[in-house]
Design a binder for this molecule. Structure first.
Ligand SMILES: C[S@@+](CC[C@H](N)C(=O)[O-])C[C@H]1O[C@@H](n2cnc3c(N)ncnc32)[C@H](O)[C@@H]1O
Length: 365
């Protein structure tokens, strides 16, 4: 059977032929967000028919507990009569829908909230519109976080940072080289590196990683750095609290964590650009260091399991099960367990909070 045409792969190859290898960052950016053929601009990636599943799609309690978290944080902020409730990368809108339902326990917080969804994907925006059609507040969509007006803000980002492009660098005898995507003789995309080493590795490669063994790969995420700078700029002007939930590591370490996922299986990140989800581990140490350097108070990261259990996941599951059929109760119990079980999502996923003021947000007290 002839291979299905891959317009983005074709264009990337042409680009490499004309200008030489492109950085991993440029490749990841094109594969995910190319306006015509990028993964997020074209597809509905989340769910059984897509490529992967996320916590809010697994169990409604995830979004509900975040709704209660928002209510408490709003109180701690001094109950401002208007604040921006911002979600970065809202996927199918499920997390926000569940959170708003739970936020009904704090009607004044709900009344004060102006909902902003930062989403670049048109297909996902349409799904979010449908999911939130009956929500108590109407969303305003934004292409970029920077476009959300300033003012007191509570910001939620679940599995958003892992989708931001990374740069990779490999240490060779000749020094640190940026990792790139090039073309093999037989016309396949391959990983390679820039010929010339960095002339100022001190500026770019973090001190604690600079003496990594020859052959080591390290990763930096300029877009996450930019995100933290943007949060810091907002926090200097108004009360701000942020919840970042993602998969990743608590200590910066060498390693190639770029991964492709397609139809719920690991896939070669270079094989089907635009048709494969590409992510890389979030370096929580780098995020925390950056936020601290910007003068922000950082809490955590906590393992997701500990975070959700501290917020009352077990009690909520019990209450829901009491009014459910035996089949529903069994499903609820297994999906809630999946979120907190250390062997499933409970340890790999972590939660980092950032907040202005002197009070740590729950459950970081
Ligand atoms: C892995 S999904 C997570 C979805 C959702 N938070 C959830 O938990 O189900 C990543 C989300 O971020 C969005 N996204 C990715 N990169 C983005 C960017 N640069 N700007 C805005 N949205 C982006 C995607 O379209 C998608 O909604």
């Amino acid at each position: 059977m002839p291979e299905k045409p891959q317009p983005l792969k074709h264009r990337l190859k042409q680009r490499i032929e004309a200008g030489g290898p492109i950085t991993v960052e440029a490749f990841m950016e094109a594969a995910l967000t190319d306006p015509d053929d990028g993964y997020y601009t074209q597809r509905l990636p989340i769910g059984a028919a897509g490529d992967f599943i996320t916590a809010p799609e697994i169990c409604q309690i995830f979004g509900e507990l975040i709704g209660l978290w928002i209510a408490e944080v709003w109180q701690t902020m001094g109950a401002p009569d208007k604040f921006r409730l911002i979600e970065l990368g809202p996927g199918r809108g499920t997390l926000m829908n569940d959170a708003l339902r739970a936020l009904a326990v704090a009607p004044d917080a709900l009344k004060a909230a102006e909902l902003h969804l930062v989403e670049l994907s048109a297909p996902l925006r349409a799904v979010q519109r449908a999911t939130l059609a009956k929500a108590p507040i109407a969303p305003i969509w934004q292409n970029r976080f920077e476009d959300v007006p300033t003012g007191p803000a509570i910001i939620i980002a679940n599995e958003f940072v892992d989708a931001l492009p990374i740069r990779q660098f490999v240490r060779l005898e000749s020094g640190w080289h940026e990792r790139c995507v090039g073309l093999a003789k037989e016309d396949a995309l391959i990983f390679t590196h820039c010929e010339t080493p960095l002339d100022d590795p001190e500026k770019l490669i973090p001190t604690k990683l600079r003496s990594a063994a020859i052959g080591s790969i390290i990763e930096l995420r300029p877009a996450a750095r930019h995100l933290i700078a943007e949060i810091a700029a907002r926090a200097r002007m108004a009360a701000t609290a942020v919840l970042i939930i993602d998969y990743g590591h608590v200590r910066s370490a060498p390693g190639d964590t770029l991964q492709g996922v397609r139809k719920h299986r690991y896939a070669d990140p270079l094989e089907h650009p635009g048709e494969t989800d590409l992510t890389a581990h979030v370096d929580f140490a780098a995020l925390s260091d950056r936020a601290s350097t910007e003068g922000l108070a950082v809490y955590g990261p906590l393992p997701q399991g500990q975070f959700l259990l501290s917020l009352g996941l077990a009690e909520r599951a019990e209450r829901l099960a009491a009014g459910a059929t035996p089949q529903q109760a069994a499903l609820l119990s297994s999906s809630a367990r999946r979120l907190v079980d250390p062997a499933q999502m409970g340890e790999l996923f972590k939660v980092l909070a950032i907040a202005t003021g002197n009070n740590p947000p729950p459950p970081f007290t």
